[in-house]
Design a protein around this ligand. Structure first.
Ligand SMILES: C[S@@+](CC[C@H](N)C(=O)[O-])C[C@H]1O[C@@H](n2cnc3c(N)ncnc32)[C@H](O)[C@@H]1O
Length: 243
Protein backbone atom coordinates (compact mmCIF):
# COMPACT_ATOMS: atom_id res chain seq x y z
CA UNK A 1 0.00 0.00 0.00
CA UNK A 2 1.40 3.42 -0.97
CA UNK A 3 2.38 5.94 1.69
CA UNK A 4 0.26 8.47 -0.22
CA UNK A 5 -2.77 6.26 0.25
CA UNK A 6 -2.21 6.09 4.00
CA UNK A 7 -1.78 9.86 4.14
CA UNK A 8 -4.98 10.39 2.17
CA UNK A 9 -6.79 8.08 4.59
CA UNK A 10 -5.38 9.82 7.64
CA UNK A 11 -6.29 13.19 6.17
CA UNK A 12 -9.89 12.09 5.53
CA UNK A 13 -10.11 10.68 9.04
CA UNK A 14 -8.88 13.99 10.51
CA UNK A 15 -11.54 15.88 8.53
CA UNK A 16 -14.35 13.45 9.25
CA UNK A 17 -13.43 10.91 11.96
CA UNK A 18 -16.93 9.52 12.63
CA UNK A 19 -17.56 8.93 8.94
CA UNK A 20 -14.20 7.38 8.07
CA UNK A 21 -14.18 5.39 11.31
CA UNK A 22 -10.53 4.28 11.23
CA UNK A 23 -7.19 6.07 11.03
CA UNK A 24 -5.68 3.60 8.57
CA UNK A 25 -7.03 1.42 5.78
CA UNK A 26 -7.64 -2.26 6.55
CA UNK A 27 -4.60 -4.50 6.29
CA UNK A 28 -3.98 -7.14 3.65
CA UNK A 29 -4.89 -10.12 5.87
CA UNK A 30 -8.36 -8.72 6.58
CA UNK A 31 -8.84 -7.74 2.93
CA UNK A 32 -7.96 -11.26 1.76
CA UNK A 33 -10.33 -12.87 4.27
CA UNK A 34 -13.11 -10.53 3.16
CA UNK A 35 -12.43 -11.36 -0.49
CA UNK A 36 -12.67 -15.08 0.31
CA UNK A 37 -16.31 -14.54 1.31
CA UNK A 38 -17.38 -13.71 -2.24
CA UNK A 39 -17.76 -15.94 -5.29
CA UNK A 40 -15.93 -14.05 -8.09
CA UNK A 41 -17.86 -16.02 -10.72
CA UNK A 42 -21.20 -15.46 -8.98
CA UNK A 43 -23.42 -12.38 -9.16
CA UNK A 44 -22.07 -8.82 -9.27
CA UNK A 45 -20.70 -7.35 -6.05
CA UNK A 46 -21.50 -4.01 -4.39
CA UNK A 47 -18.90 -2.58 -2.04
CA UNK A 48 -20.00 0.01 0.54
CA UNK A 49 -17.36 2.35 1.95
CA UNK A 50 -14.36 1.15 -0.08
CA UNK A 51 -12.14 4.02 1.13
CA UNK A 52 -8.81 3.69 -0.66
CA UNK A 53 -9.76 0.23 -1.97
CA UNK A 54 -8.19 -2.37 0.35
CA UNK A 55 -11.08 -4.80 -0.16
CA UNK A 56 -11.55 -3.75 -3.80
CA UNK A 57 -7.97 -4.75 -4.63
CA UNK A 58 -8.31 -8.11 -2.89
CA UNK A 59 -11.62 -8.94 -4.61
CA UNK A 60 -10.21 -8.10 -8.05
CA UNK A 61 -7.09 -10.17 -7.28
CA UNK A 62 -9.42 -13.07 -6.49
CA UNK A 63 -10.83 -12.89 -10.01
CA UNK A 64 -13.89 -10.64 -9.73
CA UNK A 65 -14.16 -8.74 -13.05
CA UNK A 66 -13.93 -4.98 -12.46
CA UNK A 67 -17.09 -4.28 -14.47
CA UNK A 68 -19.01 -6.60 -12.08
CA UNK A 69 -18.25 -4.31 -9.17
CA UNK A 70 -20.12 -1.22 -7.91
CA UNK A 71 -18.40 1.07 -5.41
CA UNK A 72 -20.44 3.31 -3.08
CA UNK A 73 -18.27 5.91 -1.38
CA UNK A 74 -19.39 9.13 0.27
CA UNK A 75 -15.98 10.78 0.76
CA UNK A 76 -15.18 12.82 -2.40
CA UNK A 77 -11.39 12.36 -2.11
CA UNK A 78 -11.74 8.57 -1.89
CA UNK A 79 -14.30 8.60 -4.71
CA UNK A 80 -11.87 10.50 -6.98
CA UNK A 81 -9.09 8.01 -6.27
CA UNK A 82 -11.37 5.02 -6.89
CA UNK A 83 -12.70 6.47 -10.16
CA UNK A 84 -9.16 6.94 -11.47
CA UNK A 85 -7.95 3.56 -10.28
CA UNK A 86 -10.95 1.39 -11.24
CA UNK A 87 -12.43 2.96 -14.40
CA UNK A 88 -14.45 -0.13 -15.34
CA UNK A 89 -16.19 -0.37 -11.96
CA UNK A 90 -19.44 1.55 -11.35
CA UNK A 91 -18.61 4.34 -8.96
CA UNK A 92 -21.39 6.04 -6.97
CA UNK A 93 -20.11 8.99 -4.95
CA UNK A 94 -23.00 9.03 -2.51
CA UNK A 95 -24.30 8.05 0.91
CA UNK A 96 -25.09 4.33 1.04
CA UNK A 97 -28.32 5.21 2.90
CA UNK A 98 -29.65 6.54 -0.45
CA UNK A 99 -29.29 3.16 -2.17
CA UNK A 100 -33.03 2.58 -2.22
CA UNK A 101 -33.49 5.76 -4.28
CA UNK A 102 -31.21 4.78 -7.17
CA UNK A 103 -32.85 1.43 -7.96
CA UNK A 104 -31.01 -1.86 -8.50
CA UNK A 105 -27.45 -1.00 -9.60
CA UNK A 106 -27.18 -4.02 -11.92
CA UNK A 107 -30.73 -3.92 -13.27
CA UNK A 108 -32.53 -7.25 -13.18
CA UNK A 109 -29.41 -9.04 -12.03
CA UNK A 110 -29.25 -8.59 -8.27
CA UNK A 111 -25.90 -8.54 -6.45
CA UNK A 112 -24.55 -11.86 -5.21
CA UNK A 113 -22.82 -10.12 -2.32
CA UNK A 114 -22.57 -6.72 -0.68
CA UNK A 115 -19.23 -6.12 1.03
CA UNK A 116 -19.30 -3.39 3.64
CA UNK A 117 -16.38 -1.45 5.07
CA UNK A 118 -18.81 1.05 6.60
CA UNK A 119 -18.12 2.06 10.20
CA UNK A 120 -21.50 0.70 11.32
CA UNK A 121 -20.57 1.16 14.98
CA UNK A 122 -20.32 4.91 14.64
CA UNK A 123 -23.33 5.42 12.35
CA UNK A 124 -26.62 6.51 13.93
CA UNK A 125 -28.92 3.50 14.33
CA UNK A 126 -31.51 4.92 11.90
CA UNK A 127 -28.93 5.29 9.16
CA UNK A 128 -27.49 1.81 9.68
CA UNK A 129 -31.02 0.42 9.39
CA UNK A 130 -31.75 2.44 6.26
CA UNK A 131 -28.64 0.98 4.64
CA UNK A 132 -29.49 -2.61 5.58
CA UNK A 133 -33.07 -2.16 4.39
CA UNK A 134 -32.00 -0.64 1.07
CA UNK A 135 -29.44 -3.38 0.47
CA UNK A 136 -31.82 -6.24 1.18
CA UNK A 137 -34.89 -4.71 -0.46
CA UNK A 138 -33.43 -3.29 -3.65
CA UNK A 139 -29.92 -4.59 -4.31
CA UNK A 140 -29.14 -8.05 -3.02
CA UNK A 141 -30.25 -11.34 -4.56
CA UNK A 142 -32.60 -13.27 -2.19
CA UNK A 143 -29.79 -15.79 -1.62
CA UNK A 144 -27.11 -13.08 -1.41
CA UNK A 145 -24.92 -12.24 1.57
CA UNK A 146 -23.99 -8.96 3.22
CA UNK A 147 -20.42 -9.13 4.51
CA UNK A 148 -19.38 -6.72 7.26
CA UNK A 149 -16.25 -6.42 9.37
CA UNK A 150 -16.28 -4.99 12.86
CA UNK A 151 -13.84 -4.60 15.72
CA UNK A 152 -16.56 -5.67 18.13
CA UNK A 153 -17.23 -9.20 19.39
CA UNK A 154 -20.90 -8.74 18.49
CA UNK A 155 -22.45 -7.53 15.26
CA UNK A 156 -22.99 -3.76 15.65
CA UNK A 157 -26.78 -3.86 15.10
CA UNK A 158 -28.79 -5.25 18.06
CA UNK A 159 -30.38 -8.70 17.56
CA UNK A 160 -33.94 -7.33 18.05
CA UNK A 161 -33.41 -4.86 15.20
CA UNK A 162 -31.97 -7.57 12.97
CA UNK A 163 -34.95 -9.81 13.69
CA UNK A 164 -37.31 -6.94 12.91
CA UNK A 165 -35.56 -6.49 9.58
CA UNK A 166 -35.96 -10.22 8.87
CA UNK A 167 -32.19 -10.77 8.90
CA UNK A 168 -29.84 -13.17 10.65
CA UNK A 169 -26.14 -12.83 11.39
CA UNK A 170 -23.35 -15.38 11.58
CA UNK A 171 -19.72 -14.83 12.50
CA UNK A 172 -17.25 -15.88 9.81
CA UNK A 173 -14.09 -15.61 11.86
CA UNK A 174 -11.58 -13.32 13.49
CA UNK A 175 -8.59 -11.77 11.71
CA UNK A 176 -5.93 -11.30 14.36
CA UNK A 177 -3.34 -9.97 11.92
CA UNK A 178 -5.16 -6.66 11.58
CA UNK A 179 -4.74 -3.53 13.66
CA UNK A 180 -6.97 -3.82 15.60
CA UNK A 181 -8.10 -7.44 15.14
CA UNK A 182 -11.44 -7.62 13.34
CA UNK A 183 -14.38 -10.01 13.16
CA UNK A 184 -16.09 -10.84 9.89
CA UNK A 185 -19.87 -11.19 9.89
CA UNK A 186 -22.26 -12.49 7.25
CA UNK A 187 -25.88 -11.27 7.16
CA UNK A 188 -28.59 -13.11 5.26
CA UNK A 189 -32.35 -13.06 5.04
CA UNK A 190 -34.14 -15.21 7.57
CA UNK A 191 -36.37 -17.90 6.11
CA UNK A 192 -39.36 -16.59 8.05
CA UNK A 193 -39.42 -12.77 8.18
CA UNK A 194 -40.14 -11.38 11.62
CA UNK A 195 -43.37 -9.39 11.49
CA UNK A 196 -42.75 -7.23 14.53
CA UNK A 197 -41.57 -3.69 15.03
CA UNK A 198 -38.15 -2.26 15.73
CA UNK A 199 -38.19 -1.10 19.36
CA UNK A 200 -38.33 2.74 19.37
CA UNK A 201 -35.40 2.95 21.78
CA UNK A 202 -33.18 1.21 19.18
CA UNK A 203 -33.78 4.02 16.71
CA UNK A 204 -32.75 6.75 19.13
CA UNK A 205 -29.57 5.41 20.70
CA UNK A 206 -26.15 4.76 19.16
CA UNK A 207 -25.74 1.15 18.09
CA UNK A 208 -23.28 0.20 20.81
CA UNK A 209 -21.19 1.80 23.49
CA UNK A 210 -17.58 1.54 22.36
CA UNK A 211 -14.81 0.35 24.67
CA UNK A 212 -12.52 3.08 26.05
CA UNK A 213 -14.78 5.80 24.70
CA UNK A 214 -14.24 4.65 21.13
CA UNK A 215 -10.46 4.98 21.09
CA UNK A 216 -10.00 1.34 20.18
CA UNK A 217 -9.93 1.13 16.41
CA UNK A 218 -10.53 4.87 16.49
CA UNK A 219 -14.17 4.24 15.67
CA UNK A 220 -15.68 7.29 17.25
CA UNK A 221 -19.18 7.78 18.48
CA UNK A 222 -20.50 10.82 16.80
CA UNK A 223 -24.04 11.08 18.05
CA UNK A 224 -23.43 14.61 19.26
CA UNK A 225 -21.91 15.81 16.01
CA UNK A 226 -24.64 14.00 14.08
CA UNK A 227 -27.32 15.56 16.24
CA UNK A 228 -25.89 19.02 15.61
CA UNK A 229 -25.87 18.28 11.87
CA UNK A 230 -29.40 16.86 12.06
CA UNK A 231 -30.55 20.12 13.59
CA UNK A 232 -29.61 21.80 10.31
CA UNK A 233 -30.65 19.04 7.87
CA UNK A 234 -32.90 16.51 9.56
CA UNK A 235 -32.20 12.91 8.68
CA UNK A 236 -35.35 10.83 8.40
CA UNK A 237 -34.94 7.28 9.64
CA UNK A 238 -36.78 4.52 7.79
CA UNK A 239 -40.39 3.76 8.77
CA UNK A 240 -40.63 1.81 11.94
CA UNK A 241 -42.90 -0.91 10.64
CA UNK A 242 -40.86 -3.42 8.71
CA UNK A 243 -42.32 -6.04 6.44
C1 LIG B 1 -13.48 2.22 8.12
S1 LIG B 1 -13.36 2.96 6.52
C2 LIG B 1 -13.10 1.48 5.57
C3 LIG B 1 -12.39 1.70 4.27
C4 LIG B 1 -11.96 0.44 3.56
N1 LIG B 1 -13.08 -0.44 3.29
C5 LIG B 1 -10.95 -0.29 4.41
O1 LIG B 1 -11.32 -1.30 5.02
O2 LIG B 1 -9.80 0.16 4.45
C6 LIG B 1 -15.08 3.42 6.21
C7 LIG B 1 -15.36 3.92 4.82
O3 LIG B 1 -16.77 4.07 4.69
C8 LIG B 1 -17.05 5.32 4.06
N2 LIG B 1 -18.42 5.70 4.47
C9 LIG B 1 -18.84 6.06 5.73
N3 LIG B 1 -20.16 6.29 5.74
C10 LIG B 1 -20.60 6.07 4.48
C11 LIG B 1 -21.88 6.13 3.87
N4 LIG B 1 -22.97 6.45 4.58
N5 LIG B 1 -21.99 5.84 2.55
C12 LIG B 1 -20.89 5.48 1.83
N6 LIG B 1 -19.64 5.42 2.35
C13 LIG B 1 -19.49 5.70 3.66
C14 LIG B 1 -15.96 6.22 4.56
O4 LIG B 1 -15.80 7.37 3.76
C15 LIG B 1 -14.76 5.27 4.49
O5 LIG B 1 -14.23 5.24 3.21
Amino acid sequence: MHVNEKLLFLNSWLRNPWQVGAMMPSGRALAERIAQQIDPRGGPVIELGPGTGSFTRAMLARGLPERRLALIETDPAFARLLRARYPAARLYAMDAAQLSQVGPLFGDERAGAVVSGLPLLSLPAGKAMAILQAVFESQLHPEGTFIQFSYGFRFPVPPATMRALGLEVSRRGLVVANLPPAFIYAVRRRCEPYRGRVPERHLRRPLRRLPFGGLIGSQLRHDDAERRRDARAPYSPPQNSIR
